[in-house]
Design a protein around this ligand. Structure first.
Ligand SMILES: [Zn+2]
Length: 437
């Protein structure tokens, strides 16, 4: 016999970058094949008195989980982070180069040890889940087994890739070109649309391997991700290096380099993309490439970021380029997407740009699902989507007559000055109808 469940609570449901629902109601879940639950109906009970509500629930007649004191919201999508950099989140970030060479590369090198990688994967993905993130795009280290462990431990919908580093990298993290290509081919064929070909960035991956990997990705319906235009030094070095390569002598900008290597496309995600010219934006739009904005990583040093600048979302939207938010762990200091939403909102507010928390939530949830092409089953609450939801502690005494913007502001402001505390908002995490945290 199939089991159905009624999940009562205050439903916060992002619909677009301007619209979000908030009402007292219930998610009606139906068990499907393999004992996994889907949302079959969403009830709005906001106009019912207590007696009518009881009658209504009796009529529905199924197991009831009462989270009436809580908020139910869809899990987050974190669209850019390095799971192997969890231990460098709090290291000094005054200089990108120093942070990379002194802390980040040695930290990633530790993953060459199998048992270390296995233990770290278990701990990291448990922590990610507890913070409410159940989807996104992940960078692993160069090591094949680290990628396998990440796929094994990640709960939710993630695309993951082993970073490819075939040039300009420390000796201990450098790959030989034939081995790097064999690994890309093997993983693209094995993990298909869950694999993400991941040249670390143009500076660290040779153009021929970028071409090879992009072909493999396209052949296997895999995704592609990399970094683009994070800071001015990186842009200058990339251009001067590539202009020496055959066929790249006349490249005008950074984006064009990726374009020439076949990296751009509808299944490609470019992280940061802060300093872009108009012709670069045109090329990104033409190729349907998506961008990932990592505000906590790009934030000023005093906010534990790399001070790379502020992503111009208005300009990106003018070109109709899809974009989503990412934590960029470990350049970003905190895993919680509440912290990423906070940073996006307040940095833009300070810069005099009109933003809302509703917009932040959309880019931390549904927008990610859309970019990964899974918006029909994930990203928010609607009929036939997977029954994935977060049970969030109520920040108000009374939730009546509150709007989504107020609710989100209250949640985000609560830990504004104690950013490591954001995961405390999450009481439980449900995945396909079952409590996993
Ligand atoms: Zn990154």
């Amino acid at each position: 016999m199939k089991l159905n469940k009624l999940i009562l609570g205050h439903i916060l449901n992002p619909l677009s970058d301007k619209k979000c629902e908030f009402f007292y109601g219930a998610l009606y879940l139906e068990e499907g094949s393999e004992k996994e639950f889907k949302i079959k109906k969403i009830y709005n009970f906001s106009s019912l008195g207590i007696q009518d509500l009881k009658e209504e629930i009796n009529k529905i007649n199924c197991e009831v989980c009462d989270f009436s004191e809580y908020i139910l919201m869809p899990p987050f999508f974190d669209m850019h982070f390095h799971w192997v950099q969890d231990h460098v989140r709090a290291k000094p970030k005054d200089s990108l180069l120093e942070w990379l060479t002194k802390y980040t590369f040695p930290a990633e090198n530790k993953f060459k040890n199998r048992s270390y990688a296995k233990k770290e994967a278990r701990q990291f993905f448990r922590k990610l889940l507890a913070g409410g993130t159940l989807g996104g795009a992940i960078y692993s280290s160069i090591h094949a087994h680290a990628l396998e462990y990440a796929f094994k431990e990640a709960r939710g919908h993630f695309v993951i890739g082993d970073v490819v580093m075939t040039m300009n990298s420390p000796a201990f993290l450098s790959q030989k070109i034939p081995q790097a290509r064999a690994q890309i081919k093997k993983f693209a064929e094995k993990f298909k649309e869950r694999y993400c070909f991941t040249p670390r960035f143009a500076l660290a991956t040779d153009p021929e391997t970028m071409k090879f990997g992009s072909k493999q990705a396209k052949k296997n319906q895999s995704f592609i991700q990399s970094h683009l235009s994070e800071n001015h030094d990186e842009i200058r070095s990339t251009l001067s290096l590539y202009r020496e390569f055959r066929g790249f002598g006349h490249v005008e900008n950074y984006t064009e380099i990726y374009g020439k290597c076949g990296v751009l496309g509808a299944k490609t995600l470019m992280g940061h993309a802060i300093h872009l010219s108009e012709s670069e934006l045109k090329l990104l739009a033409k190729t349907k490439t998506a961008l990932v904005h990592c505000p906590t990583s790009n934030a000023p040093h005093r906010e534990q970021g790399l001070e790379s600048g502020l992503f111009n979302f208005k300009r990106v939207e003018k070109f109709k380029i899809p974009w989503a938010l990412g934590s960029d762990i470990g350049a970003g200091p905190h895993l919680s997407m509440f912290d990423v939403m906070r940073s996006f909102y307040y940095q833009n507010l300070r810069a005099g740009k009109a933003v809302s928390f509703v917009k932040a939530l959309y880019h931390a949830s549904l927008a990610g699902a859309e970019i990964l092409g899974v918006e029909k089953k994930l990203g928010n609450f609607s009929k036939n989507k997977e029954a994935n939801f977060l049970v969030i502690k109520n920040p108000y005494r009374n939730l009546k007559n509150k709007n989504p913007e107020q609710i989100l502001k209250k949640l985000i402001d609560k830990y504004k000055t104690q950013r490591a505390q954001y995961p405390l908002h999450v009481k439980n995490v449900f995945y396909r109808g079952k409590k996993v945290f």
